[in-house]
Every structure is written in structure tokens, then in C-alpha cells.
Ligand binder design. Structure first.
Ligand SMILES: Cc1ncc(COP(=O)(O)O)c(C=O)c1O
Length: 469
């Protein structure tokens, strides 16, 4: 059959959830109450919620049906064995340990392998990974590839690790690196994929230094799809085979099933090393629960097992990427600075270029996220100096992530997002910066409070702007 140009959502809708509209005045009031922190808003105050793609997927009829089969036995439930079988088949990792979400798997891994004096390199640590490495007393080191710093370039694998930097790290920290991590796709680095060639090169370095390699596999299927589409010679290789190729190069993974598990909660740690698995199973009883349920209900394990089957379907991944690309392409055509090329799960706006009149210390990412909410009730997430900066030190980039929940919004919702971002773009020079009023020491983006800073006269008086509100 001739391939159609329009890639439609490969599902129809059986159950709907109302969206809630608010006025600009209401949004202003909600934001003040929330200390200009979008994490503090109530869901009822949001029209399109692009804060995260984590735990926000719509489940399929087969997932809901699977939940009814959930076996709630405390130990050795059937749900666990169904879950383990699917993970085994997908990854080839022998030991599968369920956890209530990805960060719990990270906590268990670094509790076992981290510790003071140790160094854990990663292409780019996500914030929870970094927090868990550091909570163990170890240092978290990012080794992103050079291409990743040019947000506008079209390089296909900007999520790659810098293999030479990794090698230097391993050489200068002999005996102090308990594992290397590679995050697929690289969320903090713009949702960009990691190539199989890069994973192979990282693996070779790890082998030379005798250090295990773990994947942060939250978005393994989206990474596999982008490998299939972009890596030479792989365009006909099935997604499942590419997933196996990725996992064959690793000794284990941490996983948040809230992303490519297509579930609303859950995760796992999987590995080949029986001794590591034994230690983790022993310690997890204190925080996660018995090793065959790991902080989840049996029905959650079944929902994830089914979700993991669906997420590697070619049709699903094709539609998934088409909807991300649609937003990135249309915004880019209007001149909006977006991270290029389109990544796996989100559209990342380059807030430093979008709000070029704001100095980095005025947090352009947070300022832009606030403005998108005020303009159209869209909630996004700053991934810049609020989330990843330290004290006065800025992050590498000032990004605003419009994360697209899986199977949740339709193309007309995406058209609305394009319209709102474009309207803010047209009056960008009138957007004020923000200052932090109070913040906790760790993971400050979740609960910091902000105030908006007055616009300096030079930028406020630019004549080319018009208010779109
Ligand atoms: C790359 C990456 N790693 C780890 C996590 C943590 O997963 P969870 O939210 O399930 O704890 C996330 C969550 O957003 C992530 O994006």
C-alpha cells in the first residue's frame, strides 16, 4: 500500500477527560499564589499540561484489561512473573527488580555502588540521577558530546557521550568509577538520542577499564526509533532488535516505566550481575518492599508489562515522533529557537535565545515558562539554571521543555501550543526576568519561590512589540 503523508494517531478515543479553561486574570492570581513556580499549580488551573511526559500517558484498553488480571499476592505474584518475562525478552537482563519509579531504582543502584570518593560519569545526568549519585557521597560527572552544545545544529545524535572525555575520566580516576551511565534519550540534553555506534565506543572504553555500563533506559524505545531512522544501515531493523542491540552493550539499566513503560507509575532496576542483584534485593525491603512487587501493586506490574509491549510498536513510535516533529518544525518556521533536530519526547525551546534581552542570572527559562502559562494556560518545565544550576553557577543551557505526554493530546492541541508559543515570541522583548526568593538545597526547581523582576527600560520600550494577551 502507498504510504500516506498524514501520520494519524494510531488509536481512537474511548474515554475522555475534560480540559479546564481559565482567564488571564485567574492565571495571574494562581501564579502569585504558587510563587511563580509551575510545579505548585493545581492541575485544575492548567489547560494543556506539558510539564512532563512522566506518568502522564494514556493507557490502552489492553493495559486497563491487564490491570484486572493483577495478582496482589505479597510475594511471588503472577503479575511479577509476567512483568519479568516482558523485561527479560526486551532487554536480556537476567535480574529484574521492580521499583516504584525510576529514582527508586537509581537510589538502590547508587546505594550499592556509589559512595564517598567515587565518580559516576554519564552523557548527562538527569536531576534525580545526579541527586541520587550525590546523596551516596559520590560525584556526578557529565560527559556530553561536543555537538550537544550547538542547540541549532542538525547533528543526528546530540545525546551521545564524549568518548574521549569519558576515557580521560576513567584514566584519572582509576579504581574510583564504580559504573558508567548513558541516558537514552538524553533528557537533560534536549531529548536527543544516543547512537548505537556511540554506545559501542562507550562499551569498549568501559571494558578496557573494567567498569560496568548501565543505561538510564527511561526512553529506550524512543531512542531505538531515532536510531532506526537516523543511523546508517538500520532503517529496516525492527525496533525490538535495536533495543536488544542497545541492551547487549550494557550490564544493566535503571528504568522509569512512567515514560516508555506507558504507565502512570513504576520502574525497575535490571542487571546481569547476580551479586549486585542480591545486595539490592536485600536493601530494597526497607524502602520499596518485597523484591517481587517493589513498591507497586500487582496491577501496576501488569500495566507496565503490557505498556512495554505496545511502546515498541512501529506505528506507535512513528506517530509519536511525527507529533513532536510537527511542533518543532512549525515553530522553527516562525523563527522560534527550538533545539534541533526534534528529539524523542519533547520540544525544547532555547530560552536564552528566545528571551535574548534577559541575562542568564534572571533565569530566562523560568521566565518563558511563566509567560507560556500566562498566555495560554500551558504548563512547561524549565530545564536550565533553576533546575541544573548551582548557587550562582549557570547550567549549560537555558531550555524550556514542552514534554508531550504519550497518547494524551491530539494534533489540534499541538496547534494550540504552536499558536501560544508564537504569540509569546511576537512580544518576547516585554517578558520580564525572575529572581529566586527562596529555594531548598536539593532539587530546588520543585519548590523554589520566585518573583518577577522589573524590565529594564531599554528592553521594555522596544517599539516592535504588541501585546497578544
Ligand atoms: C532521564 C531520566 N532519568 C530518570 C528519571 C526519574 O524517573 P522517575 O520520575 O520515575 O523517578 C527521569 C524522570 O523524568 C528521567 O527523565
Amino acid at each position: 500500500m502507498k504510504r500516506m503523508k498524514t501520520i494519524i494517531e494510531p488509536f481512537r478515543i474511548k474515554s475522555v477527560e475534560p480540559l479546564r479553561r481559565t482567564t488571564p486574570e485567574e492565571r495571574e492570581k494562581f501564579l502569585k499564589r504558587a510563587g511563580y513556580n509551575l510545579f505548585e499549580l493545581h492541575a485544575t488551573e492548567i489547560l494543556i499540561d506539558l510539564l512532563t511526559d512522566s506518568g502522564t500517558s494514556a493507557m490502552s484498553t489492553n493495559q486497563w484489561a491487564a490491570m484486572m488480571r493483577g495478582d496482589e499476592s505479597y510475594a511471588g505474584s503472577e503479575s511479577f512473573f509476567r512483568f519479568k518475562k516482558v523485561v527479560d525478552e526486551l532487554t536480556g537482563f537476567k535480574h529484574v527488580i521492580p521499583t516504584h519509579q525510576g529514582r527508586a531504582a537509581e537510589h538502590l543502584l547508587f546505594e550499592a555502588l556509589g559512595g564517598p570518593g567515587r565518580v559516576v560519569p554519564n552523557n548527562t545526568h538527569f536531576d534525580t540521577t545526579r541527586a541520587n549519585v550525590e546523596a551516596s557521597g559520590a560525584a556526578a560527572l557529565d560527559v556530553p558530546c561536543a555537538e550537544s552544545s550547538d542547540l541549532a545544529s542538525d547533528a543526528p545524535f546530540k545525546g551521545n557521550a564524549d568518548v574521549e572525555a569519558l576515557e580521560r575520566c576513567l584514566a584519572s580516576n582509576a579504581g574510583r568509577v564504580p559504573l558508567v551511565m548513558v541516558t537514552v534519550t538524553n533528557n537533560a540534553g534536549g531529548g536527543q538520542p544516543v547512537s548505537l555506534a556511540n554506545l559501542r565506543a562507550v562499551r569498549a572504553v568501559c571494558e578496557r577499564f573494567g567498569v560496568p555500563l548501565f543505561l538510564d533506559a527511561c526512553r529506550f524505545a524512543e531512542n531505538a526509533y531515532l536510531v532506526q531512522q537516523r543511523e546508517p544501515g538500520l532503517s529496516t531493523r525492527p525496533i525490538r532488535a535495536i533495543v536488544r542491540d542497545m541492551c547487549a552493550l550494557a550490564d544493566g539499566c535503571t528504568m522509569s516505566a512512567k515514560k516508555d513503560g506507558l504507565a502512570n507509575i513504576g520502574g525497575f532496576l535490571a542487571c546481569r550481575d547476580p551479586e549486585l542483584a542480591r545486595r539490592v534485593r536485600q536493601s530494597m525491603v526497607v524502602t520499596e518492599g518485597f523484591p517481587t512487587y517493589g513498591g507497586m501493586a500487582g496491577r501496576d506490574l501488569d500495566a507496565i508489562a503490557q505498556g512495554l509491549r505496545e511502546v515498541v510498536e512501529q506505528d506507535y513510535l512513528e506517530y509519536r515522533h511525527a507529533s513532536i516533529r510537527y511542533v518543532v518544525d512549525r515553530l522553527s518556521q516562525r523563527g522560534v529557537p527550538c533545539v534541533q533536530p526534534a528529539g524523542g519526547h519533547a520540544n525544547f525551546l532555547d530560552a536564552a535565545r528566545f528571551l535574548a534581552h534577559l541575562p542568564r542570572r534572571e533565569f530566562p527559562g523560568q521566565a518563558l515558562a511563566i509567560e507560556l502559562y500566562l498566555e495560554g494556560g500551558i504548563r512547561s518545565c524549565e530545564i536550565g539554571s533553576v533546575m541544573l544550576g548551582r548557587g550562582d553557577e549557570c547550567a549549560r543551557h537555558e531550555l524550556v521543555r514542552l514534554a508531550i505526554p504519550r497518547r494524551t493530546y491530539t494534533q489540534s492541541h499541538m496547534d494550540y501550543v504552536i499558536e501560544i508559543v508564537s504569540r509569546v515570541w511576537e512580544r518576547r522583548e516585554r517578558v520580564p526576568g525572575v529572581a529566586i526568593e527562596s529555594a531548598p538545597a536539593v532539587l530546588r526547581h520543585f519548590s523554589a519561590r520566585f518573583r518577577r523582576t522589573p524590565l529594564r527600560a531599554a528592553s521594555a520600550s522596544k517599539p516592535s512589540l504588541r501585546s497578544a494577551r
